[in-house]
Each structure stands twice: as C-alpha cells, then as structure tokens.
Design a protein around this ligand. Structure first.
Ligand code: ADP
Ligand code: MG
Length: 397
C-alpha cells in the first residue's frame, strides 16, 4: 500500500518532472504501480504516467520495462506498430521514497472491459478480426524485429486506440479542463461524461455494448452505441514481464488462463508461447467466454485440470511432448496419460462453437481452422504472427 517502499499517493493537480505533467485522474493500477492520466504542459497533450512503488525490486523492474520500451520506441519512429509508445521517464521523490515513472501515450479502455460488456456474446467476428490484426502486427514487430517475448498477453494488457485525431474531432464535448490544485484547495474529481453514460447504461442492463470515441488524446472508451462501422484498433501494453528471447528466461510466466502447456510442464518456451495466449484472447473476443478456466478439484491440481481441459478441446497431447518437461512426472504416467484425471470428455473447437455458442458451421470451421494450429501442443508447429497475418481468416473480410 501507501507506505515506505510502496505506492506514491497522488492528488489531482499534483505536478511531476519539474512541473511538466499535471495529474488528472487515476486510470488503473497493478501490484507494482498506479497509472495516472496527466496533462503534459510541454506538448499540450494528455499522457499516461505509471508511477512505480519505490522499493528496490520495483524500481529494478521499472528500469527493465523502460529498457524494453526504449527498444520498442526506437524501432517504431512512426508509432504505427501496435505497441504502446514510451514518451519520457523520470524519478519522483515522495514521502515513501524515490519512484520510477514511465510516461506513455494515453490509450483507451482495455479489451477486458470490451469483453465484460459483451459477456457470453462476443463482440462480433468483424471486430474480432480487426483487433486480431492489430495484436498480430504488434506481436510480429516484437518477435521478428526485436526478439522480445511479451509473456503476459491477455485482454487487460491490450488497450483500444482511437482512429481519429482528437484535436480535430467535432463531436468532443467531454474533454475535462486542465485540473489544477490551488493552495490547500483540492479540485474535486470530475467524472468523465463517458463514464457516467457507461454506468447508467450498465445499470439498465442494456446488453448491446460497443464503443464510443471519447477523444482524450486518442483514447477510446467502451459504451453503448453500435460497433458497426467503427474501425477498431488496439495496442499491446504492459512490458513489465517481457523478456529478450536470447536472455535467461524465468520459469513461470503468463497469467493462468493464457498459459501455454510447455510452461506448465516445464519444457522451455519461446515466441510461440505468446501465440498460444493470442489464440486464447481471440476465442474470448469471439465468444465472450474465457477458453480455459482451470480449477483444482478432489485429487487433482489446477495445473492438471488445465492440461485436461486443453486435451478435451485439442485431443490427446502426444506422448513425446507430454513426457518432455522438467515437471512432466508430476502430471503424466509413463504412457503419457494424466495420472489423476483418467476420463476426458472431448469437445473439439468447431463443435463447441456451434453447440455452445451458436455459431454457423461456416463461421465455426473458419475460426477453428485459424485458432487450432495456434494451439498446437508442439510449440514449434504453431504459426508465427507474420504467418497469421496472411491467413485467410485474417485477410478475408
Ligand atoms: P501493471 O504492470 O501494474 O499491470 P499496466 O501497465 O498493465 O501495469 O497498467 C495497469 C492498468 O492501467 C492497465 O490495465 C490499464 O487499465 C491502465 N493503463 C496503463 N497504461 C495506460 C495508458 N497508456 N493509457 C490508458 N490506460 C492505461
Ligand atoms: Mg497489466
């Protein structure tokens, strides 16, 4: 929390970096940081500032993220590669210590929010395709050009981007004024018009949720108007866990639901682990449901349930792969069968999409033809991001 070594408390109107940035409102937080919308008085633009906890290990992890984001920015001068852009970084001294601060472009709502507002329904295949293109462009850049593995791809780490220039948007009525704090007189937090809208509509349980161009420096927020005709784009964010493939790798990566089988069995991973997470993300956008939701049960662990769910969807894991990891013996017997979950209920993806999610046969076949190769148990067999970009599910529209 907010103590020595912990978060830095921010009030609306606080200034950072010798007065350059003025805090506007809180955008989000993680275990290591809080993220704030701020006004950059030098460029007259809104930016996001990630303020890291001050203890040494958090500062080191922020320096690592700055290093990765600097490589990303260097290779993307035109800022068109679907990955968040680092604009500046500095240290900020406060009562709890010195905090590393990362300044990035301000983006919109996460895909998690988009999925939540369309729970159990998905956002429509045209939109899924649009967003998939952006994510693939980002992954292709990271993997092929930079040799970086993200290792934590999931809906909350992909943020929407507005495709219009906010300064030229005639519909914008909700840009908050630059909030300043005068001596001992804090300015109350203003609720953004779009957020009000969103809450209102959510309370009325209107199921059809889409997007609205809320034009604060290129951000895009979720609300209730039709998605039709909106050209959707997004960017990959959160490089706190990213690694260079040629460096020593951490053993345990990825958020549970998006974790690849080779990570669970401990047989080493590479760029293709991101492709597994990508397939889970696309399925979730298309159906509104998380693809794998593993839970521990009587006589088996969460890991074993996860492996069982994978096999029920994708067929049995080939024995050679099942027994190849440093942790294989915990899960599999010498025949390559799960030791503690003996009966599997197979339900392949094309059938699942038709029977559970009411897809047409054609839509179901096309989507599973795109996703199943990405969910190959053999990581080397998974298509790369650049191969996916020319797959007909992506190019046909
Ligand atoms: P952590 O490493 O702590 O998860 P993230 O970089 O993922 O930190 O940021 C936490 C949250 O803050 C995000 O999920 C998002 O909601 C919000 N956020 C982060 N960066 C931005 C940005 N540039 N624009 C808008 N919101 C952001
Ligand atoms: Mg995050």
């Amino acid at each position: 929390g907010y103590r020595k070594g912990g978060y830095h408390a921010v009030r609306i109107g606080d200034r950072f970096s010798a007065g350059r940035y003025v805090a506007q409102r809180k955008l989000g937080w993680g275990n290591f940081s809080t993220v704030w919308l701020a006004y950059d008085t030098l460029s007259s633009k809104y930016v996001a500032i990630k303020i890291q906890k001050s203890a040494k290990q958090y500062a080191e992890s922020a320096l690592h993220e700055i290093d990765i984001l600097s490589s990303i920015a260097q290779g993307d001068a035109s800022n068109s590669k679907c990955v968040i852009k680092l604009l500046d970084h500095f240290k900020h001294g406060g009562p709890n210590g010195q905090h590393q601060c990362l300044v990035t472009e301000f983006l919109g709502d996460s895909l998690l929010k988009l999925i939540r507002y369309n729970r159990k329904k998905g956002i429509g295949l045209h939109q899924v395709r649009q967003l998939s293109k952006s994510v693939l462009a980002g992954l292709d850049y990271l993997h092929r050009e930079l040799g970086i593995i993200h290792t934590d791809l999931k809906p909350e780490n992909v943020l929407l981007v507005s495709t219009i220039d906010p300064t030229k948007d005639p519909t914008r009525t909700d840009v908050p004024p630059l909030l300043e704090r005068s001596e001992g007189n804090p300015v109350p937090i203003k609720v953004n018009v779009a957020e009000k809208w969103l809450k209102l509509r959510a309370n009325r349980a209107v199921a059809k949720i889409s997007l609205r161009r809320v034009s604060l420096g290129g951000a895009m927020e979720v609300d209730n108007r039709s998605l039709e005709g909106v050209d959707l784009r997004c960017k990959i964010v959160d490089f706190g866990n990213a690694v260079r493939a040629n460096e020593e790798l951490m053993e345990e990566i990825q958020t549970r639901e998006y974790r690849a089988p080779e990570v669970i069995i401990g047989s080493g991973y590479s760029f293709s682990a991101d492709m597994w997470s990508f397939a889970c993300l696309v399925f979730e956008l298309a159906t509104g449901d998380t693809l794998f939701v593993p839970k521990p049960g009587e006589g088996f662990t969460e890991d074993e349930d996860h492996l069982a769910q994978m096999m029920e969807l994708l067929g049995k894991m080939p024995k050679q792969i099942a027994i190849s990891g440093s942790r294989s013996k915990d899960y599999f017997d010498r025949h390559g069968d799960l030791k503690r979950i003996r009966r599997l209920k197979f339900w392949p993806m094309d059938k699942l999409l038709v029977e559970k999610y009411s897809f047409t046969e054609t839509d179901a076949n096309n989507l599973s033809n795109f996703l199943c190769p990405l969910l190959d148990f053999e990581p080397e067999k998974r298509p790369t991001a650049s191969q996916c970009l020319v797959h007909k599910w992506i190019t046909d529209s």
